[in-house]
Design a protein. Structure first.
Ligand code: URA
Length: 233
């Protein structure tokens, strides 16, 4: 099998990432630098970044969960409370990518692939997370613009956000609100700071991925296309 396909199937990285590693002379096969396009199999001695390849690598798995409220988005809880990992039936040791508050519902990804984890949570990754926010009171345009331009939180202004009002009356405002960062309780604190407490918060998109068709508490494996998208970040 061609080396990039062979290593991608073992979860080393995307084919493109592997081609790049070959270009950067990071892969040796049977003691010599690998050339792109060569064919390899399990009998070859493959060394990546100076480390011999482990053929027993675990299969990489990727899930999208529609997290219910009152579930923790950690892998384990000392107090025995339910976590997002408990909701997924898999033998692999998976962990959530990023966090949602205990009382926030919606899209969360889980994987055993550390490379994808790093890509998604790295601050340089330009990926918007979109939330459906229900906030108290009627948010006027000037307040909305403040939220979009940035709010001072912990002595640091938040990065520009995108917002689209879906519905508003005197009592509450429902909007789509998209941010690139993932600071602690960021959306809730941003809205609190302009006097509109968040009543309900749900993450509906992460970059191009969306929750369409998943009921609360349901999950599904990511498609090949979605996994490639995460690798492209
Ligand atoms: N912002 C919040 O305030 N809470 C979340 O769970 C996610 C983003």
């Amino acid at each position: 099998m061609r080396i990039n396909k062979f290593l991608a199937e073992l979860g080393v990285g995307s084919r493109r990432a592997i081609d790049k590693m070959i270009e950067e002379k990071k892969i040796k096969v049977n003691g010599v630098l690998a050339e792109s396009g060569i064919k390899v199999d399990k009998t070859d001695n493959i060394v990546i970044n100076g480390r011999p390849l482990n053929f027993e690598r675990k299969k990489k798995v990727y899930f999208m969960l529609n997290k219910p409220k009152r579930v923790l988005s950690t892998a384990k809880d000392e107090r025995g409370r339910k976590t997002v990992v408990d909701l997924i039936d898999t033998k692999e040791r998976i962990f959530p990518i990023g966090r949602l508050d205990y009382d926030t519902e919606g899209l969360i990804l889980l994987t055993n692939d550390g490379e994808v984890f790093n890509k998604v949570i790295h601050p340089r990754t330009e990926v918007y997370k979109t939330y459906l926010v229900e906030a108290r009171g009627n948010i006027n345009m000037s307040t909305l613009n403040k939220l979009k331009r940035g709010i001072m939180l912990d002595d640091k202004i938040t990065l520009p956000a995108k917002a689209k009002i879906i519905l508003a009356d005197e009592k509450h405002t429902v909007l789509h609100f998209a941010i690139k960062e993932g600071r602690n309780r960021q959306v809730r604190r941003m809205f609190e700071s302009v006097g509109h407490n968040v009543i309900n918060l749900k993450r509906i998109m992460l970059g191009e991925l969306n929750l369409d068709g998943l009921e609360i508490g349901e999950y599904r494996p990511l498609t090949k296309k979605e996994i490639n998208y995460l690798y492209s970040l």
